[in-house]
Design a protein around this ligand. Structure first.
Ligand SMILES: [Zn+2]
Length: 108
């Protein structure tokens, strides 16, 4: 699962350092949320995530992007069993990446 990582960071809204929860998809930071005021910063890391994932499973990025866009669930279920990236974990990461990208898009 994609467990949050705690970190003390300055929160612009609270105006002081507060505990934040950082969420990562693989090695990429996807979101940072203040545990005091609940505000979060979301990053659209879809392209970087796919490139990173491709490196992890040694496949072709373009093919992966197409499959990810069309069928996110089938995409994660269809990853080779031998891969270092566990399908369930990858599926959780993809959900996290897509949700954060959607929030980032809505905020414009
Ligand atoms: Zn805050």
């Amino acid at each position: 699962m994609t467990e949050p990582v705690p970190a003390m960071l300055d929160c612009p809204h609270c105006g002081r350092p507060t505990e934040h929860e950082l969420r990562y998809a693989g090695r990429l930071l996807v979101s940072s949320g203040c545990t005091v005021c609940g505000r979060s910063i979301d990053l659209d890391v879809r392209r970087r995530y796919v490139a990173d994932l491709a490196g992890r499973i040694r496949s072709k990025p373009r093919r992966l992007v197409r499959r990810l866009r069309r069928h996110p669930v089938a995409f994660s279920a269809g990853l080779p069993r031998s891969t270092a990236a566990k399908p369930l974990r990858v599926y959780e990461e993809i959900k996290l990446v897509l949700a954060a990208a959607e929030r980032a898009r809505r905020r414009g």
